[in-house]
Structures are given as C-alpha cells and as structure tokens.
Design a protein around this ligand. Structure first.
Ligand SMILES: [Fe+2]
Length: 254
C-alpha cells in the first residue's frame, strides 16, 4: 500500500495541469523559453482552470488571482480578468523565468526603467492561445481591454530559490512616484499593509504616466461606484483627474 506522504502533490488536478507540473519538476535547467515550451506542450485549455476562476474578486483588486500549485522552486497561478481589469506595472520578484498563456483577448505592455525613469517599450494585443515569456528583468502590465472575461495561466520559477517566487515583486506607482514592494497581487492602489517596502523617486515619461493615470483612475472610479467612498479614495480620484487635466493642458499648448 502506498504511503500518503508518497502520493505526488499534483494528483487530483486536471491531467494537462499534471503534465505541466511533471515537465517542470523533472527539468534541472529552466529558461524562459523552456518554460514556454513546457506550457505549450501541456496544451492546457481554459476548462482545465475552472476550479481556480476568481471573477468575483473584490473591486479593489485589479484582477482575480489563485494559486494552482506551489512546486517549491516554481509556482503555477491562474488570473481572472473582467472587462477593464488591468494589473499595475510590475516585475516578478525572485522569478528567474516564467511563461504566461492568455485565454482571451488581452493586452500586454512592456516598460523600460532607466535611472528611475519609466518609459513604454511596447503595447500589444495578447491574443487567446498566445504564450509570452517572462524574464527576470521584465517590467510589464497585462489587462483586459475587451468586453469579455477570460483567464490566463502563469508559471514563475527560480531554481534553488526558497520562499514565495514572486514575493518582493515591484509595483511601479507613477501616481505616488515610488516603487512599492509586495508579496501579493500587483494591484493599483495597494493598501499600506500589503506594501513591504517603498522607494521614492520614480518618474515616467508622458505616454507612460498618462496611460498609468487613466488606468488607475478607472480602478478608483470602479471602487467608488462599488460604494467604497473613503476620503483617501475620493482624494486620489480628484488628484488623478487634476494630473490628467494638467497633462492635457500642457500638451495643447505645445
Ligand atoms: Fe506579470
């Protein structure tokens, strides 16, 4: 009779997810491209992820987030994106490699950080079935510009690492002009108790700041519409609206 502690932890999950877990566990070297190949070969379908959907996530959270599997040196997660859900601009903590598969019509933006100045490298559609690689130095953002909810599958890892793989991820907050560290979701307007450290002095170019503020304001408006009318949230909405109006005034005079 097999002892309970010898039963692989991944059993009980859908077969294609087990395939992905086994292929990641048996590798002794993993690069972002290898992680992408593992995700591609597993051929996971949106139906395989239904147990981990989180479309009822709190409005204060920028998207739904569920852990499927903690493999020690890697983790597999499912994100749930309602129409208009956007992550904050972020990186991935200790992750050295990763891969993200979209199951809907997502948008993917990539950024460059140079001397605490953030600029936009690209903004592209991230279509259903597409798999993007995640490198350690990737600063990016994902969101749902469509009118349909969808899921995405995320694999992050770091061989030899102990502790949460994406713990210590950075959020690039252009409204508060700072970099915030968190061990949880990379949401706009993260509450203070979810920020482990903060470094001031971040700036963004016009395009990046404008887009950031519009997306942050959209999230604030959703929270206000949901009944979360705190003074801080109302002040944030006013300040973001003022910043955006100032940006547009400056532009019209250029
Ligand atoms: Fe990410």
């Amino acid at each position: 009779m097999m002892k309970t502690d010898m039963v692989p932890a991944y059993l009980g999950r859908p077969a294609r997810i087990q395939t992905l877990i086994r292929s990641l566990e048996r590798r002794t070297v993993i690069t972002p491209e290898i992680a992408k190949d593992c995700v591609q070969a597993a051929n996971i379908q949106a139906n395989d992820l239904q147990l981990w959907t989180d479309f009822e996530h709190p409005v204060a959270n920028s998207y739904g987030r569920q852990l499927i599997y903690d493999g020690g040196h890697f983790e597999i997660m499912v994100m749930s994106w309602l129409p208009g859900d956007y992550s904050a601009i972020h990186d991935h903590g200790a992750a050295q490699w990763g891969a993200v598969q979209s199951f809907g019509e997502a948008e993917h933006a990539v950024f460059r950080l140079d001397q605490m100045q953030l600029s936009t490298v690209s903004v592209h559609p991230f279509s259903a079935g597409t798999i993007n690689v995640v490198t350690h130095d990737l600063i990016h953002q994902m969101g749902n510009p469509s009118n349909r909810p969808f899921l995405s599958l995320h694999v992050y890892g770091s061989l030899g690492h102990h502790g949460p793989i994406t713990g210590g991820a950075r959020i690039f907050n252009l409204y508060e002009e700072c970099t915030q560290y968190t061990d949880g979701g990379v949401f706009f307007g993260l509450p203070a108790h979810q920020i482990t450290r903060q470094v001031n002095g971040l700036r963004g170019d016009r395009e990046t700041t404008l887009r950031h503020h519009e997306q942050m304001l959209a999230r604030v408006h959703r929270r206000l519409a949901d009944g979360e009318d705190t003074i801080l949230l109302l002040q944030t909405a006013t300040m973001l609206q003022q910043d955006l109006a100032d940006f547009k005034t400056v532009t019209s005079h250029v």
